[in-house]
Every structure is written in structure tokens, then in C-alpha cells.
Design a protein around this ligand. Structure first.
Ligand code: NAI
Length: 703
């Protein structure tokens, strides 16, 4: 028998332990081993019941994602047919779920007649996160187990639920007393089933999955949720599969599910989401640094500045159970900062996401201080004071005096040079940039900025700690704006220019949101603050402002005090949360066009889309060439998690690959010629793009 399975015969029971570390991904060899073992147990007259379990605890995290989109995905025994075969075995099958049963792993458990989980087990059908739907019976068996509505909610959320919730829904029959007891209690359960001659599968709890729901339930569900799906395909396919579960006999429903699954698997969106999945894993790898490099200990953290960012940053650590000292200059600012943090937690309590007890536990981990001496034992200090170089340098000089040797000194600067900051201390090897995004307690992205002198173990330790606080860390080199804001620059510039050439801000934004970006450029600027954008651009003017039309509109709005949402006026007018177009902005653009001699014309949506995205893509490729970004996938992660680029398009680099690099290059060259002097200046294809196309490459990588 294969070493992917441990098979034991014990007093009438066959115990089949899945043993493909780390997560029992259901690749073809493991599928073959499982079905062989089940056939053996089915044929053995001594076996009266079968227990499937994870040999090392964890049940199964689902399909082997690397198989999707390849022949291996449906190599025999394919998961759907294998699970059908399991349901035909005339002996009770018990799934003993340790740790995780996700995706195909849960579908395997659903094909068993009975399920018991350990108390900390989590289950879910996470396929939607990869642009797929459960394709091995999940969309058909789950509704028959827990009803159509609950099944739909679980499948569309892609969420993992805990054992108790799974039991309440009817996914688990029982919860074991502890993880250690799981297998024993699964055995006891199997013996009970044998002693009462239980059927191989109990009767379906919901033979009519839509029972009790209004006839137009699915239509209404679609109408209610569709706007949030934007152009995503997978949720719509899930709905079709659920419809089949409600209307068709199981066998036909399974066939329909399979067809829908294959449609999803072949889609560009799923390919893009799978790219994102692998990019996230890859992002943790640091070329040139061994995975087992000894890390520095981080048990105590300090944050300097209890403002918008400092408070949010501190919350991340408290949420992960790590004590944080929060330092401010004045008592008032400190009190305000701590109060703000408490308010955030209170909102979570109100929403039922946290108990009052947990709130107090987290507040207890936060220690406010005005005295740098309290930072002497911190392992990691993150500076989040005003964005002024002199102030930050002063803070770092003080840190150099008070912090213990080996402490990691991080700056949350968004636009200053990390190397210049590092040069102010006697230990630049301990300095790193940790660029959190706002709101820092919510946003998953963290740009980890590696300075010239940053020591390898400092980088590796911060990557690890970032994961510990639930962030997605992406490494960036030092340059103005790092990966994300540096790419934002040409994108914002191009949007401004388009408005001068005749587009309305709402047209530009509409084109971008039609592509499923969370927000258009101008709405984003209004939200982030036109003042913030102006000040950063102003500080960097020497390197960016080569022409007069450069963001002039934004600059005039800044001069008028129209900072965006916070002042009720920016590129748009705001009444409460409602955004309205402002003809005054259009009139300003018209006047500026005349002044700057920019000819106006009706703008075509396609041109808007091309121009905004081509400059974004071009800058991203340039960043890769410069070594600021390590991989094209890292750039995609930054734009998906920090700037609302749709994950189902895979990020700007993947999007460019899908368009075809030759087409992107041809497009950039086209606008270079069509837009006169402006085109000459701003539509210069980056050399790496030219090299890639010349070499006939289709993937963006350094060559
Ligand atoms: P903020 O103005 O809300 O907070 C700054 C805090 O630092 C204030 O509470 C101030 O009292 C305190 N402070 C100033 N000088 C200090 C000193 N010498 N010692 C101790 N505390 C001092 O500013 P915000 O928005 O939190 O920004 C902080 C840093 O984070 C800046 O470097 C900014 O560029 C960066 N950042 C901001 C983002 C944002 O969206 N707001 C995003 C990413 C980074």
C-alpha cells in the first residue's frame, strides 16, 4: 500500500490515515491511495465501518492547487468520481476531522455518511477564493445536508467556520472532547453506528434543499448580491450550481456542477486568482536568505506616535497578544491616541466581533508612555510620527541612544528615504521600513522596505512578525513611494491629463470601476486627501514635475482648500456619503486646458482605460528592472491589497501578461506618437518591456 496512506484494521474498523504532509492536498497519487484503501475496506468482510482521518491530525486542506488548469486536475481517479464511489460503499464511513477540512477536503468529508471534528477544527468551501466552485459534490451534497440558503452563504463567502458553527449547521454530527480524543471518539462513534445497524449514509436532512424558501429565492438572492460581485464569474456559477441542487436529482446535479466547475477552471479569472494565490506564497521567500536563518526575538514592541497610523499599528500587535508601548510627546496626544484605539475596539464589540473582556485584554497590552527610557527593552520599535525628515531623524537619534543592541528600528514613512533615516543611527543594519497602509489595523498589505544596510536577519524577522500580526508583507527596495505609491504617481498624473484633454473625473473613475477597481482615481484622491497627495508631490517635485500641466488641476483644488471628502469638496461634491459631479471642476479643467494649450476632445473610454493602465504597467515593469520589486507577483499583491485592483484580474502585471506584452508595448508606442510632446515625455516604454517583447517572452520577469 502507498505510503500516502496508513491503513489499519482494528476490531471491525478500517482506519484510513491520510499521510501527505503538510496539508493532505488531494493530488492524484493521494486520491488513488484513498480509493484503493476504501475499496480494500469495502471488500474486507471483517470491516464493518471505515474511519477516514489525517494521519498527522490535519484532515485535508483540499485540492492540490498546482493541478488546476492542467491534465492532473482530472487525472484518474478524479475527485468527483472517487467521491461518488465512496458514497456507494455499503458500510458507514466516518470522517474524523482534525484541524482543517477545506474545499475538496470538506467535499471528501461530505461524501462520508458521518462526520466528527476536533473542537478547534475549521471547515469551509474556499474554492470561490480561487475563482472556482466546489466541483466534487460540494454544491450538491452540502445543500442536501444543511439547506440551500446556508450552503449558498457558506460557498459564496469562501469562509472557514469553526467546529461549533459547523455542528449547528449540521455539517458536523459531533465535536470530540479534544484533538487528542478525536480518533478515539470517532472509533466510539463508528461502534455505535455498527451496534445500531446504522445505514451507510443517514437519510438526507434536506432532500428538498430549497424547502421553506420562497419560489423566487434564487432570483432575489442574485438581485441582492450581484452588484457586489461586479464582473466576477464564479459567484454566478455557484448560483447556477445551487439552482441545479434545488431542481435536479443528485446525479444530474453533480453532472451540472462538474460542467460549471470546468467552465470556472478554464476562466481567466480563476487563472488570475490562482496566480495571486501562488504570488502570496512566493512573496515570503527572500532570495539570497536561507529559510532557516536565525531570527531575532520579538516579544515587546514599541510604537512612536499615537496618531492615525501609530494607533492602528499598535492595535495589530495587541490583537496578536504582543505587548506594545505607545510613545507620544505630550500627555494629551497620548490620551487621545489611546482613546481612539479604545473607540475602535468598542465598535468591534458593538458589532459582536469581540467581547468586552477581549477589549480590556487588548487595552491591557497597550502601555502609553512619554518617556523614551520605557523603550529600552523593546525588541522592535516602529516610528510613525509626522512625515518630516528632521523630526524622524531626531526620533531615530534618540532611539539609537535608548534602545538595546539588536533592537529592530522601523520607520513607517510613506515617502522619505529609509537609507537617509538609517544613516542617522550608529546601527543602520537594524533599520528597516515598515510601510503600513491606512487604516493600519485593517489593511492587509505591508511594504517591508529593505534599506541598503538592512541586515538579512532584520528583514527575515520583520517578514515573520508581519505574518504573525496577520499582514501580507511584500518586500520593496528604497525609492520614492516604494512599489505602490511610485506606481500611483504616473497613474494619477495620467488621470489628471485625461481631464485636461476632455474627460470628466466621473468618466475616468467610471472606466476604472467598470474594470472592477474598488475606486476610480479621483474618488480615491478625494478620500485620501488632495492635500496629502499635493504635499507628497510637492516634496518630490524635483524628480516629477517636468511639465506644467502636471496635476495642475489637483494643485488648484489644493490651493482652494478643496481637500476632498474631509472638506466636502474635492474633485466631487459630497453631501454626506453621496458623491456628486461638480461642474465647477469641469470649468476649471476647461480653463486650464486653454491656458496650457491642451486641445480638448471627447474622450473615448477605451483610451482612458489604456492610458491609465499602460502607464501603471510600464512603471511596474521599470520597478522590477530596477530591483525595487523582486517579482512581478509582488507588484500585483501590492496593487490588489493596497490600491483596490481586482484580484480576479490578477494585478496589473498579470493583467498585462493577459493582454499580451507585445500589445502593451505597441499601445504605449501608439500614445507616444499620438500625444505629441506629452506623449514623447510620458509614454516611453521601459527598456525591460522592450527586451521582453524582443525576446518573445510572455511573462514579466527580469532578463
Ligand atoms: P498623524 O499626524 O495622525 O500622527 C502623528 C503622531 O505623531 C501625532 O500624534 C504626533 O503627536 C506624534 N508625534 C509627532 N512627533 C513626535 C515625536 N517626535 N515623538 C513622538 N510622537 C510624535 O500622522 P499619521 O497619518 O499617523 O502618519 C504618521 C506616519 O505614517 C507618517 O510618516 C506618514 O507618512 C506615515 N503613513 C501615513 C499613512 C496615512 O494614510 N495616513 C499611510 C502610510 C504611512
Amino acid at each position: 500500500m502507498s505510503d500516502l496512506i496508513h491503513y489499519r484494521l482494528e476490531d471491525g474498523l478500517a482506519l484510513i490515515g491520510l499521510a501527505r504532509p503538510p496539508v493532505n492536498a488531494l493530488s492524484q497519487p493521494l486520491r488513488a491511495a484513498i480509493i484503493d484503501a476504501c475499496e480494500r475496506a469495502a471488500a474486507d468482510t471483517r470491516v464493518q465501518a471505515i474511519i477516514l482521518h489525517g494521519e498527522h491530525g490535519l484532515f485535508s486542506a483540499g485540492a492540490d492547487i498546482s493541478e488546476f488548469g492542467s491534465d492532473a486536475s482530472f487525472a484518474e481517479p478524479d475527485l468527483p468520481s472517487m467521491l461518488v464511489r465512496l458514497t456507494e460503499i455499503h458500510k458507514p464511513l466516518v470522517a474524523a476531522i482534525g484541524k482543517l477540512a477545506l474545499g475538496g477536503g470538506l467535499e471528501l468529508a461530505l461524501a462520508c455518511g458521518y462526520r466528527v471534528g476536533e473542537p478547534s477544527a475549521r471547515v469551509g468551501l474556499s474554492e470561490i477564493n480561487l475563482g472556482l466552485l466546489p466541483g466534487a459534490g460540494g454544491t450538491q451534497r452540502l445543500p442536501r445536508l444543511i439547506g440551500a440558503e446556508s450552503a449558498l452563504n457558506l460557498i459564496l463567502s469562501g469562509a472557514q467556520i469553526n467546529a461549533e458553527r459547523a455542528r449547528m449547521l449540521g455539517i458536523l454530527d459531533r465535536i470530540a472532547t479534544s484533538a487528542d480524543q478525536l480518533l478515539d471518539e470517532a472509533r466510539a462513534y463508528a461502534y455505535e453506528l455498527i451496534s445500531c445497524s446504522a445505514p451507510a449514509r443517514p437519510a438526507e436532512a434536506w432532500p428538498e434543499p430549497a424547502e421553506g424558501l420562497p419560489d423566487d429565492f434564487l432570483t432575489r438572492y442574485r438581485a441582492e448580491h450581484e452588484p457586489r460581485w461586479k464582473s466576477r464569474l464564479a459567484p454566478r456559477l455557484v448560483l447556477s450550481a445551487l439552482e441545479a441542487a434545488c431542481l435536479l436529482p443528485l446525479e444530474e446535479g453533480l453532472a451540472r456542477e462538474l460542467a460549471l466547475f470546468k467552465q470556472a477552471e478554464a476562466s481567466r479569472q480563476s487563472k488570475a486568482l490562482r496566480h495571486v494565490f501562488f504570488a502570496e506564497r512566493e512573496a515570503a521567500r527572500i532570495p539570497g536568505i536561507e529559510a532557516d536563518i536565525p531570527l531575532r526575538k520579538v516579544d515587546k514592541v514599541a510604537v512612536i506616535g499615537a496618531g492615525t497610523m501609530g494607533g492602528g499599528i499598535a492595535m495589530n500587535f495587541a490583537n496578536a497578544g504582543i505587548p506594545v508601548a505607545l510613545l507620544e510627546l505630550k500627555g494629551e496626544a497620548l490620551d487621545r491616541g489611546l482613546m481612539q484605539i479604545r473607540k475602535h475596539y468598542e465598535i468591534s464589540v458593538k458589532r459582536g466581533k469581540m467581547t468586552t473582556e477581549q477589549l480590556e485584554q487588548r487595552m491591557d497590552l497597550l502601555f502609553g508612555t512619554l518617556d523614551y527610557a520605557d523603550l529600552s527593552d523593546a525588541d522592535l520599535v516602529i516610528e510613525a510620527v509626522f512625515e518630516k525628515l528632521e523630526i524622524k531623524q531626531q526620533v531615530f537619534r534618540t532611539l539609537d541612544e535608548v534602545c538595546k543592541p539588536g533592537a529592530i528600528l522601523a520607520t513607517n514613512t510613506s515617502s522619505l528615504d529609509v537609507d537617509v533615516i538609517a544613516a542617522t543611527v550608529s546601527r543602520p543594519q537594524d533599520v528597516i521600513g515598515l510601510h503600513f497602509f491606512s487604516p493600519a489595523n485593517v489593511m492587509r498589505l505591508l511594504e517591508v522596505v529593505r534599506g541598503k544596510a538592512t541586515a538579512p536577519d532584520v528583514l527575515a524577522t520583520t517578514m515573520k512578525i508581519a505574518k504573525r500580526i496577520g499582514k501580507l508583507p511584500v518586500i520593496s527596495g528604497v525609492c520614492f513611494g516604494f512599489i505602490g505609491n511610485r506606481m500611483l504617481e504616473p497613474y494619477v498624473r495620467e488621470a489628471h491629463r485625461l481631464v485636461l484633454e476632455g474627460a470628466a473625473p466621473a468618466q475616468v473613475d467610471g472606466v476604472l470601476t467598470d474594470l472592477d477597481l474598488n475606486m476610480g482615481v479621483f474618488s480615491m484622491l478625494d478620500l485620501a486627501g488632495i492635500d496629502v497627495n499635493f504635499l507628497i508631490r510637492d516634496a518630490n517635485r524635483a524628480t516629477t514635475a517636468h511639465d506644467e500641466s502636471y496635476c495642475r488641476l489637483g494643485e488648484e483644488l489644493y490651493a482652494m482648500g478643496r481637500y476632498g471628502q474631509k472638506t466636502g469638496r474635492g474633485f466631487y461634491l459630497y453631501e454626506g456619503r453621496n458623491r456628486k459631479d461638480d461642474h465647477e471642476v469641469v470649468a476649471m479643467a476647461e480653463r486650464l486646458s486653454v491656458e496650457l494649450q491642451v486641445p480638448r476632445r471627447p474622450m473615448d473610454d477605451q483610451e482612458i482605460l489604456d492610458r491609465c493602465l499602460f502607464v501603471l504597467i510600464n512603471e511596474g515593469i521599470q520597478l522590477l528592472d530596477e530591483g525595487i520589486a523582486l517579482r512581478a507577483g509582488d507588484i500585483d499583491l501590492v496593487w490588489i491589497n493596497g490600491y483596490g485592483f481586482p484580484a480576479h484580474l490578477g494585478g496589473p502585471m498579470h493583467y498585462a501578461e493577459q493582454l499580451g506584452l507585445d500589445k502593451v508595448l505597441a499601445g504605449i508606442q501608439r500614445y507616444r506618437h499620438a500625444l505629441g510632446e506629452y506623449g514623447e515625455m510620458w509614454f516611453q516604454p521601459t527598456p525591460l518591456l522592450e527586451r521582453l517583447v524582443a525576446a518573445g517572452r510572455t511573462r514579466i520577469e527580469r532578463i
